[in-house]
Design a protein around this ligand. Sequence first.
Ligand code: HEM
Length: 443
Amino acid sequence: KLGGSDFGLARREMAEAAHEEYLAARDEYFEKRDLFRRFGAGGTCQANSKGGMESMKIAAVETEEEAYGIATLPILNGKIYAIWSPSLVQSALRNKGLTFDIFGIEFAENVFGLNKETMSIIRGTGSIEESLVSKMMEYDANLNTLVLRFLPNIIARAAIRNRNKVQEALMKYYEAGMDQKADVAEITKVRAKVSRESGVKNDEGARLEMALIFVATTNSVPTAYWLLTNIWLRPNIVDRIRAEVAQLAQISNRADGKGRDLTLRISQLEGRCPLLASSYREAVRLGNQVLGTRRVMKDTVLTDADGTSYLLRAGVNVMWSAKQMHRAADVWGDCSDTFIADRFLAGKAGGIDMERKRRVSYLPFGGGKHLCPGRNFAFAEILGFMSALVLGFEVVGLNSSNVRMETGAIGDGVVKPPADGQGGAITIRRRKGWEDVNWLFVC
Ligand code: HEM
């Protein structure tokens, strides 16, 4: 049965198997390299410093230096480069010879159903109704069926049906020119203006704008879920964060006599609510399982922190796993799989070296040219939401056995919680004495 939760399960199993294979390939590689090294015959992945060899070629390995951080993995008829050295990933992110554009463009064509004309413009140039929210979420849940590009009308029916509903609503919106009204967010206005000026037709522009809704929600919503559940499973953390947020709340009686206004200044959250900010970074660290991807556009040399250089051949894809980097025990400690709310508080890393290692290994928002432009917005919306929740609401019925972070499905950036209500129901209600509060957020 290719649909619904069975398909979701199969995708998770595929992703788990892929992750296991990735780790097994890395271990096998380390093991073989040590063997080669012992016999003095060569390694499976050769540093480039002695003559510009492609990584993975057998050649003499003379030194007993640290394990190489990259290797070639055979895949179907080709190969990919898999990187597990955090500093080499950083080097890949900064390098202009590697790009994500190609994948982004292919992804947009498939999953937003754009026509050839719009795609050629993109290649050349380089408020939703309540009911549409669930359509968007169903689309997101079934997105991977579309990404497969295999018989989409059969296996991606749910994704296409929900995509159509959202896009029809967007078309009405853009065709009526509502995006240019005074109270519309600047990002919406500017994007629509740019796409019109580039020659994208209104209906296609509307299809394309689904991308903004997609990128703005697909990772933020599950991240908010992992933050909420992990905080509320620890009552003492709720109390401590509540105390942090309470000192920022500016409360005044409303002029119309209808309760009180409570204003929270988002720009103060980072500096004055350190435990809340640390909990957010910890939820991001654990929930983010993104597979970073780049295409090597021309032969490119990457250099690792130890000075080892590798030649990467044009046309090959490069991948790395944020999950592996975010959970490496030598960086995050033995409890690297556990949520520790104060892990990111100043001075908790255990010295400057560890702090540096953590910084290099923390890649939830990618980097380089494609560094997520929504990361500060995500911080503001998730911490704003959470600070109001912790101050004025209580969460009832959360059960730790229902909060299960499994391996994400292929294509997931942030792993989604169990679907179809399998994570159990909870109730969110106003705290006593906070029923009359109207929440205001300013930057
Ligand atoms: C916790 C929330 C979020 C996470 C974990 C996240 C993560 C990411 C990652 C990993 C990338 C790819 C970067 C790379 O390959 O180097 C990305 C790209 C992107 N994100 Fe986010 N993101 C989040 C929230 C948002 C929000 C709220 C928006 C918009 C409002 C957004 C807009 C984008 C866009 C437009 C790109 C493409 C950038 C490009 O290709 O140049 N993201 N994000």
